[in-house]
Write a protein that binds this ligand. Structure first.
Ligand code: ZN
Length: 364
């Protein structure tokens, strides 16, 4: 008789969930200079967080997020939006379908965050009954805010020093507040290879992010993860054509405990899993993407189960976890996927991961 399952495979979401359409409408018509801080919007943001967490928990997900309902204008600018020393014409992220999303540009020093992500945890933990994860923007993404020409009286070196200090402070605040994991969003890693095929830009990003990670103890780093993906906005990606072989060996040099790697939408998953097998480090937990947020088709639990079993051929079970390929809506106003579809996909991930764990446990 088969032994009962004794293994568990961790499963975590990336972070964002599409915002309620009513909230997007309200924010679009908001007259306040900074919609993050408009008191008239506060109860509506709060309703969105409460509803998101209720629906998240109803999927059976062992870890939830606030769905980034309050991260205006998205995963990369929430902490700096509204700063007086920024301009809107920063680095443009070019998506395949021709649209772009812009970062802010720093106009003068010093660089400070306007808000830290632990404020989102505060709200989420008021409603959650299970552990809450928090995603934060990477230092490498924010480093793109410094313009090509030097800012007078504020060198790039001073900026990097301030940036690292702010990023470290943000992660420490989230850890202290009780985040189950803090995930550093590193979508620009794969994009860096596209922008600079020599690999120099990617390596500079890895070095910068490692300077930040090195400020934490090994114990703290076990609660810190890194997410990589080809982007996900309006059903489009920015770097899906970049070969993972150009990215993953460098990615695993990051001194993080967990890696959240988009995989479900890769055309040749087995080849990617081989690269992961060859370059992962023993202390790293690899959460592979088993859900494609950019595809409206809802995966079945059986689809997920089979993807986990496939990955278990390449990654030791004690290092394996599952996730979604990306957030379901990294930018605030993206409506390409409904909330219902996002939660149905999450439900399939949770159930399919359990099914795979039961099968693997029964055969051990
Ligand atoms: Zn992503």
């Amino acid at each position: 008789m088969a032994k009962p399952s004794s293994i568990g495979i961790p499963t975590e979401t990336i972070g964002s969930i599409p915002r309620p359409l009513g909230l997007i409408e309200r924010v679009a018509h908001c007259d306040a200079e900074d919609p993050n801080e408009d008191p008239d919007l506060a109860p509506h943001y709060e309703d969105a967080v409460r509803d998101t967490i209720e629906r998240f928990e109803a999927t059976g997900s062992p870890v939830v997020t606030d769905g980034e309902q309050k991260k205006y204008f998205g995963f990369a600018t929430y902490c700096v939006y509204g700063l007086p020393n920024t301009a809107p014409d920063g680095f443009a992220i070019p998506f395949e379908d021709g649209h772009t999303r812009r970062l802010l540009r720093l106009t003068c020093g010093p660089f400070r965050y306007k808000r830290y992500a632990d404020r989102y945890l505060d709200a989420a933990m008021r409603y959650a009954h299970v552990p809450v994860k928090q995603a934060v923007v990477s230092p490498s993404a924010l480093s793109l805010m410094y313009p090509a020409e030097t800012i007078a009286d504020y060198s790039r070196e001073q900026f990097i020093e301030d940036l690292l200090r702010e990023h470290e402070a943000e992660i420490r605040r989230c850890l202290k507040r009780g985040a189950y994991k803090v995930q550093v969003d590193f979508t620009e890693g794969r994009l860096a290879v596209k922008l600079d095929p020599s690999g120099h830009l990617l390596n500079s990003f890895i070095d910068l992010n490692n300077l930040a990670l090195a400020r934490f103890s090994p114990e703290e780093r076990r609660r810190i993860g890194v997410h990589t993906c080809p982007g996900n906005d309006r059903d489009s990606t920015h770097s899906a054509d970049v070969d993972y072989a150009e990215l993953l060996p460098s990615l695993f040099e990051l001194k993080a405990g967990s890696f959240y790697i988009a995989l479900a939408s890769e055309p040749d998953r087995e080849r990617v899993l081989e690269i992961i097998r060859n370059h992962r480090k023993p202390e790293q937990r690899i959460f592979i993407g088993v859900i494609a947020p950019g595809n409206p088709h809802i995966e079945t639990p059986e689809d997920v189960r089979d993807r986990v079993l496939e990955a278990a051929e390449y990654i030791p079970i004690e290092q394996l976890g599952t996730t979604d390929d990306c957030g379901f809506s990294p930018f605030f106003d993206n409506t390409s996927l409904s909330r219902d579809t996002a939660f149905a996909k999450i439900r399939a991930r949770v159930r399919g991961t359990e099914m795979a764990a039961e099968l693997i446990g029964a055969h051990q």
